[in-house]
Design a protein around this ligand. Structure first.
Ligand SMILES: [Fe+2]
Ligand SMILES: [Fe+2]
Length: 277
């Protein structure tokens, strides 16, 4: 196949690709970001037959408590690989969906996409070292589906970077600690790396959400204004709250404290729904 000639071509191929090789081929250096398209995106990503997206209820993942059991551990790592693959596809989608985003932001999105590809590979290799294979278990499309409604790049960053990646600042260290408890240093080290990279990914979201914010609006205010149900701040954190990681990601005390107080359950009356206009 001829190499992609533009960022847009690279991203579309990645989204629509039906082999893991197509999805994990890194972006060529200095890819021209011209002819960016009209913003229309595929409904769903292409996937290899063994990684077709199924409803969440058909892709259940064992709880972390199952780590000591190799079969369950492999299924958890399988799900982590799918999270990273979805992150890869989503950064590609952002580049296709928002052709008018500033050039420097688009370059950052492309670099982040490449890091998500690396994360995917690391989990896939670990899975293989433990006797599994990527595609052995059903996978969900939760992240892709949750971000389907985003209409601006700022909304997209609120949902992906400031919610899902933000939550991973808690999840990744928690999973790493569980792996270490069971002597699984190799997997723990991958999670350490992912957690470290995630601080930069959250920082990217924060800086650009700030750049697009209304005059005088804080990061938290901009975040709340642009995050719609079923997403909510309770989805942006895990059980054990990592304050330092969030500081390193550049989040300010107001944001960190509001997030710390966020509940995982939101009463009907407090669910922020997108205004219908
Ligand atoms: Fe990642
Ligand atoms: Fe990330």
């Amino acid at each position: 196949m001829t190499p992609p000639g533009t960022v847009q071509e690279f991203c579309l191929r990645l989204i629509q690709g039906e082999t893991l090789e197509e999805k994990l081929a890194p972006p060529p250096r200095d890819l021209p970001d011209v002819a960016r398209g009209d913003g229309s995106v595929p409904e769903a990503p292409g996937r290899p037959a063994t990684l077709r997206i199924v409803p969440g209820r058909e892709a259940r993942v064992p709880p972390l408590a199952g780590w000591g059991d190799l079969d369950q551990r492999v299924r958890i790592i399988h799900a982590l690989a799918n999270h990273e693959l979805q992150a890869t596809e989503l950064f590609a989608r952002a580049l296709v969906q928002f052709p008018d985003a500033p050039g420097p932001l688009r370059q950052e999105l492309l670099r982040t996409l490449a890091e998500e590809q690396v994360h995917t590979r690391l989990y896939v290799r670990r899975l293989e070292a433990l006797g599994g294979a990527f595609g052995d278990h059903p996978v969900s499309g939760l992240f892709w589906n949750r971000l389907r409604e985003t209409r601006t790049i700022a909304e997209f960053l609120c949902a992906l970077s400031l919610t899902f990646e933000n939550a991973n600042l808690d999840h990744a260290p928690e999973i790493a600690a569980t792996a270490r408890l069971h002597g699984d240093e190799e997997t723990a080290r991958i999670l350490d790396r992912v957690a470290k990279d995630e601080e930069r990914h959250v920082d990217l979201g924060r800086r650009w959400v700030d750049a697009f914010a209304a005059p005088g609006e804080s990061t938290w205010q901009a975040y709340r204004r642009q995050l719609f149900w079923p997403l909510h701040p309770g989805r942006a954190r895990g059980e054990v709250f990592q304050t330092e990681a969030r500081r390193r990601a550049g989040l300010d005390p107001e944001f960190i404290e509001n997030l710390r107080a966020a509940e995982s359950e939101v009463p009907e009356s407090e669910r922020q729904r997108r205004p219908t206009s």
